[in-house]
Design a binder for this molecule. Structure first.
Ligand code: NAD
Length: 326
């Protein structure tokens, strides 16, 4: 059994690779893993250091848009788990060309090559942001796509390509749409690691607008377990939401962080709201729970505490990355 993991040197993909090779997913306990990653600013081989010497892991530096390379890697692949993407909303507002090229054109390259090689299963990792914003209630997988940022529009486009490759070519592809992930190894420009590492160093944190935007928080470990369940048992052509079950306003999240560091509101800088900022995301996870037995297992308080601890213990990982942003 060979798994091709795209974007496996990023935050979520590297967690999936480490857990797969660590035997956490019984169906893939003996699988070989090929990682295809371009190592953009967001990817780092250090995220795979724990499994670098595992003979079942092979790292290939390359672009998912490289047709001949992708075609070669697809041959003999039993499962594709596609994480590679440009993933930061703020960057997509500053300039979205790379988002279209990687998220849309790159996904198309993978879907076509997987079809040509008759790959038996393809999991396309997407986001709840494709649904837009919801004031109350939660989205089921039947909800229309109303993406609001160039990032989420590029992901929605790739979801639709995935759907079309199933309907047209019969490619056994499942799409997963998850909520906001947190955990170790997340690039320190994102909300949680930026705020945690700032507070650790006595620096203030920038809170968008009134801080009333609501997000559902999903530990990366729960997300990756959900993906493994979809890879093993998900119905081809179907979409599965994956959520964490902890909805918080950004303001409430920041209060938890301030409490954890024994700091107060004076550490918060109110900054102008993000353009087109979605007010609330909320996924209904009854489908994956009912069909595949998924439930989030990491309690938010414990997940947050261990995440803070990981950044405290791994300054050597995030400090150079943060410096590279200046
Ligand atoms: P990330 O930015 O940490 O990692 C992305 C990885 O993809 C990096 O290693 C990067 O080098 C690689 N990559 C980028 N362009 C590439 C290309 N053209 N060819 C090959 N590799 C390329 O992202 P993440 O947070 O780990 O997200 C993984 C997936 O999960 C993405 O598809 C994202 O849309 C989705 N997602 C993430 C979140 C979240 O909260 N982080 C939430 C919902 C969905």
């Amino acid at each position: 059994m060979r798994i091709l993991v795209t974007g496996g040197a990023g935050f979520i993909g590297s967690h999936f690779v480490r857990e797969t090779l660590g035997g956490r997913y019984p169906a893939y306990a003996r699988a070989e893993v090929v990682v295809l990653d371009k190592l953009t600013y967001a990817g780092s081989e250090t995220n795979l250091a724990a499994v670098a010497d595992d003979p079942r892991m092979r790292f290939v530096r390359g672009d998912i848009r490289d047709g001949p390379l992708v075609a070669e890697l697809m041959r003999g692949t039993d499962l594709v788990v596609h994480f590679a993407a440009e993933s930061h909303v703020d960057r997509s507002i500053a300039g979205s060309a790379e988002f279209v090229l990687t998220n849309v054109v790159g996904t198309h390259t993978l879907l076509q090559a997987a079809t040509d090689a008759s790959v038996p299963k393809f999991v396309h990792v997407s986001t709840d942001e494709v649904y837009g914003s919801i004031d109350s209630g939660s989205w089921t997988e039947e909800e229309p796509l109303r993406p609001n940022s160039p990032y989420s529009a590029s992901k929605a486009s790739s979801d639709l390509l995935a759907r079309s490759y199933h309907r047209t070519h019969g490619l056994p592809v499942c799409v997963t749409r998850c909520s906001n992930n947190y955990g170790p190894h997340q690039f320190p420009e994102k909300f949680v690691p930026l705020f945690v590492t700032n507070l650790m160093d006595g620096l203030s944190v920038p809170l968008y607008g009134d801080g009333g935007n609501v997000r559902d928080w999903l530990h990366v470990d729960d997300h990756c377990r959900g993906i493994a369940l979809v890879a093993e048992g998900g119905e081809p052509g179907e979409v599965y939401n994956i959520g964490g079950g902890t909805e918080l306003t950004n303001r409430a999240f920041v209060t938890r962080l301030l409490d954890a560091f024994g700091l107060d509101e004076s550490m918060v800088d109110r900054v102008p709201d993000r353009k087109g900022h979605d007010r609330r995301y909320s996924v209904n996870i009854e489908k994956i729970a009912g069909q595949l037995g998924y439930a989030p297992l990491v309690p938010f308080d414990e997940g947050l505490e261990s995440t803070i601890q990981w950044y405290a213990d791994n300054r050597g990982w995030w400090e150079p990355l943060k410096k590279s942003l200046k």
